[in-house]
Design a protein around this ligand. Sequence first.
Ligand SMILES: Nc1ncnc2c1ncn2[C@@H]1O[C@H](COP(=O)(O)OP(=O)(O)OP(=O)(O)O)[C@@H](O)[C@H]1O
Length: 405
Amino acid sequence: MKYTEIMVRYGELSTKGKNRKDFIGRLAGNVTKVLRDFPEVEIRPKHDRMHIILNGAPFADVDQRLKKVFGIQTYSPTIKIKKTLTMIEETALALMKATFKPGMTFKVNTRRSDHNFAYDTNELNQMIGDYLFGQMDNLKVEMKQPDLVLRIEVRQDAAYLSSQLLRGAGGMPVGTGGRAVMMLSGGIDSPVASYLALKRGVEIDMVHFYSPPYTTEKALNKAKELTGILANYAGRINFIAVPFAEIQETIKAKIPEGYLMTIQRRFMLRLADQLRAKRGGLAIFNGESVGQVASQTLESMAAINDVTTTPVLRPVATMDKTEIIALAEKIGTFDLSIQPFEDCCTIFAPPRPKTKPKVDKAREYEARLDTSALIDRALAGIEITPIYPNDQFLADKAQEDAALL
Ligand SMILES: Nc1ncnc2c1ncn2[C@@H]1O[C@H](COP(=O)(O)OP(=O)(O)OP(=O)(O)O)[C@@H](O)[C@H]1O
């Protein structure tokens, strides 16, 4: 089917009265970003709906991007035609043939803002319905809850027909919820937490700790590639790689084994917080889930959280692992997350971390270290990479390796 435009209905933002303009502007900007390699597409944001004029771009390709943009409740691929009865009949039939499946019920639903048009809505519903019955077998009409609604809108400039109401990603346009940093490991949970933060409209910068030479470049590239998948939901995400080996070595040399993990996490949180402040963010997100591992008991969280008063938000805190995995599969990060590249935390993980660390003890042990000098050196070594949807980092590396052989 050659659709000419997509009609987009806004999500939660329609209820946000005075912020509406900002929301619509952001959404239009985000749609523009994800469709940037379709230069022919025009985006026309209006007060109640957005029209995406395809100008020849294939709907199926645009659809792949659009369904991941937050702030869209539903959308319909639409065909704009001349306002003649014959054109409406022919297009209605073509749409039905493309989208109707045997066993479905349907109805025709006409709206008319051009009141000078020769037929009113009841007449059009009747005439188009009759025409379709004459052309197709096994049609069944259902007024209350039909499986397919053939929508006809007769406006001043043209008639618009659609037969699909597709569900958008929901949520709020990224950027309307403010800025934050996200602590992204290469695991399953933090990419899911990132997705959920983006869904509420928060613009995130990824903060990733890596520890060369203890961790390989592949582990770093895995986190970058996960960011590439998540950028589908954001348009673009900045990835901040923070060198962490010196801090880990120092902690390992000077801190009792039971507190290695707690103190490492306190340093991670401090670094994330400083980066947040520098970049104008208001919160820190992470992928912790209550009780999942030793560092994620409430006692542990409290002992780690002690280093900052900045809100630390944990979108997957109350989810079961199976629920997190289901979401990871849905958003497309799971297969990459389970690739076995070592994370900096696994390498320096003590065999028996304390599950109930004490804040006082953590502070006392930490006083043995030159915290601010360690933090400053790590911050001096950060690298920032802007990452776009589906940017690949692992494949490039594999190709380079192959080329060297
Ligand atoms: N190398 C890292 N860089 C950035 N953040 C990290 C790193 N390692 C852990 N974190 C943060 O700490 C959280 C808890 O990490 P941990 O390794 O204990 O748990 P996890 O359940 O395996 O999480 P994930 O599946 O996200 O790795 C992560 O979700 C992430 O937000």
